[in-house]
Design a protein around this ligand. Structure first.
Ligand SMILES: CC(C)(COP(=O)(O)OP(=O)(O)OC[C@H]1O[C@@H](n2cnc3c(N)ncnc32)[C@H](O)[C@@H]1OP(=O)(O)O)[C@@H](O)C(=O)NCCC(=O)NCCS
Length: 151
């Protein structure tokens, strides 16, 4: 039986979350100022906010192996909310043990509980490791993303 358990993050998890989120940003060659880490953590801790986060940790030692961020938003297609899964990261040394899958399933469970109409996410076409997992869990509908430069 796996020793991993998914839960919400607690105030004392801030440093480990920061380390893992930095790893995720690094994966996308992105950096963010310390202030953004602080603000984002405060938003994750605000249980009535839009941005939500979960982590998977060792049930015995409490070490966090991976994190996931998601949010709910409205849509014109239904009066129910839809769930957007945003950032998913598992520490390199803990991959291939089902933590990523477990985190996605936990978000799906929460989306069901909140009666969301849909759960969806984006990834880069060439992220074959992530897509290997996603292809087992969900379906690819052929959409691609465009980014309009606002500023
Ligand atoms: C994508 C990512 C979250 C997957 O996390 P993970 O904990 O390794 O995922 P899982 O173990 O649940 O699933 C990986 C799948 O690949 C298989 N796999 C086998 N060996 C593996 C290995 N060495 N590393 C990763 N996956 C492996 C697993 O068996 C599993 O398939 P299964 O669920 O059918 O058994 C992780 O690789 C990661 O953080 N990557 C960098 C950031 C990233 O790409 N995030 C997603 C952006 S959209």
């Amino acid at each position: 039986m796996s020793r991993g358990v998914v839960s919400e993050m607690r105030p004392e998890d801030q440093e480990r979350w920061k380390e893992l989120w930095r790893g995720y940003l690094h994966f996308y060659n992105a950096t963010l100022p310390d202030e953004t880490y602080r603000q984002t953590w405060a938003r994750l801790m605000n249980k009535s906010g839009t941005l939500r986060g979960l982590c998977v940790r060792d049930r015995e030692s409490g070490t966090i192996w991976g994190i996931i961020h998601f949010l709910l938003h409205e849509t014109a297609w239904t009066d129910r909310m839809v769930c957007y899964l945003q950032d998913l990261f598992v520490a390199p040394e803990s991959r291939g043990q089902g933590h990523g899958r477990r985190l996605i399933e936990a978000v799906a469970e929460e989306a069901r509980r909140l009666d969301c109409a849909r759960l969806y996410w984006l990834t880069q076409e060439n992220n074959s490791t992530a897509r290997q997992l996603y292809d087992r869990l969900a379906s690819y509908g052929g959409f691609i993303r465009y980014d309009y430069k606002l500023r």
